[in-house]
Structures are given as structure tokens and as C-alpha cells.
Design a protein. Structure first.
Lengths: 293, 251
């Protein structure tokens, strides 16, 4: 089988490991963003992270490191906007996101050499160029994201499910919010190499969207989404290596194909169940339809 | 010492005062109902008591401690009007109820036997023990409301604060709700609840306070429903919770 031969290259193995780390970490954190109806925030933070990349390239520092710092600052700013603002918040976010991406393009341009190659790599990912040290950074940051997402699950769940209730329960709502914002920024940076800053959000959201089609609870959704993200990452990179397609885009398309498959299968399953004898809930039946939420 | 004391509480949204100098004290073991029309300020009053709405002037004390210095939130169980919709990520009944127990669980501390027992007892108290593994979104409005009271009970609070707990809830769930509340009161608990109508909760109420245009009118007995509200089959329309804030970060 030809699929085996591509793994004789070290760069392919590194690419797959990087995609696996991204595939696990992005949905683990993304499930909280989806629960909060902030599915697109990862995209915005990705825009801001590009400024960090530009700063890194211009000053000769590691772009990943500067991207983490700038994205984290941006995420904290977004969180402060969310806490304060109501009406003007939307505009503030737009300023931040578009300022972020323009600043990034501007700074990368100033840094000189191979500008467009650099930009494409950061915007759409370049997993096949993952170096050994890149991989170490990704593993450390990915582990940090997973630790936050998995160990703090009950608290972050309570926060994202009902923030007012979390406050009245005496949970450290402000600290948890800031932690979630910073973890989002770190996730974006981890995923930058595998899928790129413009596609980061897809891996944080699509596996969660697929998982919640079939899962019954929050923990189940989270674990299933991590599994789906992992599968999309590994499968996407393998396909891209085999057929020489754009890796980041292939990973995201595989994830979306998974969503389509599961929705179709779910629809077929529901149709089958309807054929069998329905057993509706007796309490729900006596209630007027308007209270069925 | 009062469990809850409000002195000259003023709350305003922008320039508009919603609550004008409210005085209220709730003693241990009391079951106090705040009654009043929609927009009278009764929900605002309890939200102020929980620190969710800032007080423009006046003072609120919880268990003798001024609100801004109050930290023992596990002594209070809050039951909001309705379950937050969430972003479509499913959550089981047990997961929602267990989140109420976090008030007594230190950050990062794994659950102990006592935590699991409290969650189980809270589920049993509202008659949802057999539904614990189901997604809350598949429950009826009444069952969701019972999930919320179980969440509050899971922290084993001393004071329950409920915001329109029976609005839009079917008769069967209202009875289950009244049963759970009765058990809580029999165990020495104190209750402050906002209600539009009392229904099966009426026998539990020890004192009713009517809120009218942001002022509190005290009365000892629970008033009988009047006008078209006296008719059990009257048309009941609720505006429910304020419109949710939209935007990327949601609310």
C-alpha cells in the first residue's frame, strides 16, 4: 500500500504528530467556546496572533513565542470587552481582529525575505515543515491546554453553562474567564503550524459540532470531539501527504466530511426509529406545547 | 440575626430607578413570597440580594455580613427563572445538578462520596433520579425547572432564593416542586421566592410581601388571587427572561 511509504520520511511523521496534538487540544478547549456561543472567537484570536508572528519575524525572535504572547494579550482584551461592553463591544472586537491581521501582514512585509511564502505558511499552515523544536513547543503548549480543559472541566462547564449561577456559587468567575481566554490564545498558536491561523477555529468548532449530534452529555461531547479532532488531523495529513494537497485545508475538509457523514447517519437512524413504536414521555405529553423548550 | 436584610435598597438601570428604598428582612425558617406584577421590581430585588445587580444606595446583608464582603456562597441556593440555553452542547441532568455542588467543592478537588450523595439526594428530592443521564434539552419546561432546584439543593444551602420557579410549569411538576421545597423547609431551610402566582406553593408560604412600582408593601397573609388571575384557567403570558445579549461572546 502506498500510504505506508510516505511515513518513511521524518517530516511526515512530525507533521502527523503535530496534527494529532492539534486535533486533540483544539476541540477540548473549543467545546467551552461552542457552549458559550463564541464559536468564532478562535478565528478572531487567530487574526490577532498574526501580529505576534510579524513581531517575531521582525525582531528575530521565535514567531510561535511572540504569537502566544500577542494572542494572549488580545484574548484578555477581548475578555475585558465582553465583561464591560454591550453595544459597542461588537465594534471593539472588529477593531481588534482587523487591526490584528493588518498589523501582522504589515509587520511580516517589513521583515523582508520571502514575505508571501511566510504569510501563506502562517495563515494556512505548513505542517510538513514542522521541525523537531517546533514539535517540542507544540507538545508543551498542547499539554497545557489539555490540562486546563480536562482538569477544570466541572468548573469551566459551570461557567460556560450559566455564568450568573457560577458567580452566585462563589466560583472565581473572573479568573476562570481570563484563564479560558489565555487557553484559547495558546490553542490558536498550537494549531497555527498544522492548519494555519485562518483555519484554527475550524478544528476548535467542527469536531464539537459533530460530537454534539450524537452525544448525550457534556463530558461525552468533549471526549468524542477530541477523538474526532485527532482522527481528522491524522487522516487529513496522511491524505495531503499522499496526494500532495494543501494539508491545513485537507484536515479541515476531513473534519467537515465527518460532520456531514454523522448528520446523514443520524438522520437515517432517527427515521428508522420513527418506524418502530414510539414511546413518548407521559409528563411531556400532558404539558401544553409552549412549555416544551 | 436575619438571614437576609435589605435596608433602603435603591436599584436603578441608567437614570430609571427600579427599586426605591426597599426594606426587607427574612428570618431563619421563614418562607417569604415576593408578589407583584411584571416589571414591579421583584426580580430586581432578589438579583440585588445576590449581587447580580449593583445597589445604587442602601445596604444588603446576608447572614449578617454586608453583601460586598460576603463569601460563604455555599449557604445560598439560587434558582433562576430558566435554564441558560447553552450553545447547543448537550449536558445531562446529572452534569447540571453536579455543577451546583461546586459551591462546596474547592477548585480542582475531585468529588468525594459526600458530593455524589448530595447530588443524588437533590435529584431524588425533585423526582428526577431516573432521568439523570438524559440531556436537559429533551426535558419539559417543568422538568428543567426541577433540574434547576436540584442544582441549588446540591450545595445543601441554608437559604434558597427562587425567581418565578413555577412560571409556565405544568401541574405535575409544580406539585413535585412544592414537595421538594416543603422538604427543604422541614429541614430548617429559609426561602425567599418571587412569584406571579403561588399555586401549590401557597400552603408553604409564611409571609407575603407585595412589590408595587419599586416599593415594598408588607402584608402578613397571602392574598387570594383577584380578577382574572383568580380563574385557574386564565390566559398566562410571560415575557420571561430579558433578551439575551448577542454578539460573538454571547452572554
Amino acid at each position: 500500500m502506498g500510504g505506508v511509504t510516505i511515513f518513511q520520511y521524518d517530516f511526515m511523521i512530525r507533521a502527523v504528530i503535530g496534527a494529532a496534538i492539534t486535533g486533540l487540544a483544539a476541540p477540548a478547549l473549543g467545546v467551552y467556546l461552542v457552549q458559550r456561543r463564541m464559536s468564532l472567537i478562535g478565528d478572531g484570536i487567530g487574526h490577532i496572533a498574526l501580529t505576534g508572528v510579524g513581531v517575531g519575524l521582525l525582531t528575530g525572535n521565535s514567531p510561535v513565542l511572540t504569537a502566544v504572547v500577542v494572542a494572549a494579550l488580545g484574548a484578555v482584551a477581548v475578555e475585558l470587552v465582553r465583561q464591560r461592553g454591550r453595544t459597542s463591544g461588537d465594534i471593539a472586537l472588529a477593531l481588534l481582529f482587523y487591526g490584528g491581521i493588518s498589523g501582522g501582514v504589515f509587520l511580516v512585509g517589513l521583515s523582508g525575505s520571502k514575505t508571501s511564502t511566510n504569510l501563506i505558511a502562517y495563515l494556512f499552515g505548513s505542517p510538513m515543515t514542522t521541525s523537531r523544536s517546533d514539535l517540542t513547543v507544540m507538545a508543551v503548549l498542547g499539554a497545557a491546554v489539555l490540562a486546563v480543559a480536562l482538569l477544570l472541566r466541572p468548573w469551566l462547564f459551570a461557567l460556560c453553562q450559566d455564568e450568573e449561577y457560577a458567580r452566585v456559587s462563589g466560583l472565581p468567575v473572573r479568573s476562570l474567564n481570563l484563564l479560558l481566554a489565555v487557553a484559547t490564545a495558546v490553542t490558536v498558536t498550537v494549531a497555527m503550524r498544522a492548519v494555519g491561523l485562518l483555519l484554527v477555529s475550524a478544528l476548535m468548532v467542527v469536531p464539537v459540532a459533530t460530537a454534539q449530534l450524537v452525544a448525550r452529555g457534556f463530558r461525552q461531547t468533549m471526549h468524542l470531539a477530541m477523538l474526532l479532532g485527532l482522527a481528522a488531523g491524522v487522516l487529513g495529513i496522511t491524505v495531503a501527504g499522499q496526494y500532495d494537497t494543501a494539508p491545513g485545508a485537507t484536515v479541515v475538509l476531513v473534519a467537515i466530511a465527518g460532520f456531514a457523514l454523522v448528520s446523514l447517519a443520524g438522520g437515517a437512524l432517527r427515521a428508522l426509529r420513527r418506524v418502530r413504536v414510539p414511546t413518548p414521555d407521559p409528563v411531556a405529553q400532558v404539558e401544553p406545547p409552549d412549555v416544551l423548550l | 440575626m436575619s438571614v437576609l436584610a435589605v435596608r433602603a435598597g435603591v436599584v436603578g438601570y441608567g437614570d430609571r430607578a427600579v427599586l426605591h428604598g426597599a426594606h426587607l428582612s427574612v428570618e431563619a425558617g421563614e418562607v417569604v413570597a415576593l408578589l407583584g406584577a411584571n416589571g414591579s421590581g421583584k426580580s430586581t430585588l432578589i438579583r440585588a440580594c445576590l449581587g447580580l445587580v449593583p445597589l445604587a444606595s442602601g445596604e444588603i446583608r446576608l447572614f449578617g455580613t454586608p453583601l460586598r464582603r460576603f463569601r460563604q456562597w455555599r449557604r445560598i441556593g439560587y434558582v433562576p427563572q430558566r435554564l441558560g440555553a447553552g450553545g447547543g452542547v448537550p449536558a445531562t441532568v446529572a452534569e447540571v445538578v453536579a455543577s451546583g455542588r461546586l459551591a462546596r467543592r474547592g477548585l480542582l478537588r475531585p468529588p468525594r462520596g459526600a458530593d455524589r450523595a448530595a447530588v443524588g439526594a437533590a435529584l431524588a428530592a425533585v423526582g428526577l433520579a431516573d432521568r439523570s443521564g438524559e440531556p436537559v434539552s429533551t426535558l419539559s419546561g417543568g422538568q428543567q425547572q426541577r433540574t434547576l432546584i436540584a442544582r441549588a439543593l446540591a450545595a445543601e444551602p441554608e437559604l434558597l432564593i427562587l425567581d418565578e420557579p413555577t412560571a409556565g410549569v405544568d401541574a405535575g411538576s409544580q406539585a413535585a416542586f412544592a414537595g421538594a421545597l416543603g422538604e427543604f423547609v422541614a429541614g430548617g431551610g429559609t426561602v425567599l421566592l418571587v412569584a406571579h402566582e403561588l399555586g401549590p406553593l401557597k400552603p408553604l408560604i409564611t409571609r407575603a410581601v407585595v412589590v408595587h412600582e419599586g416599593r415594598l408593601v408588607h402584608c402578613a397573609e397571602v392574598p387570594d388571587p383577584a380578577g382574572h388571575h383568580a380563574d385557574p384557567a386564565h390566559e398566562h403570558v410571560h415575557p420571561h427572561a430579558p433578551a439575551e445579549a448577542s454578539g460573538m461572546w454571547g452572554a
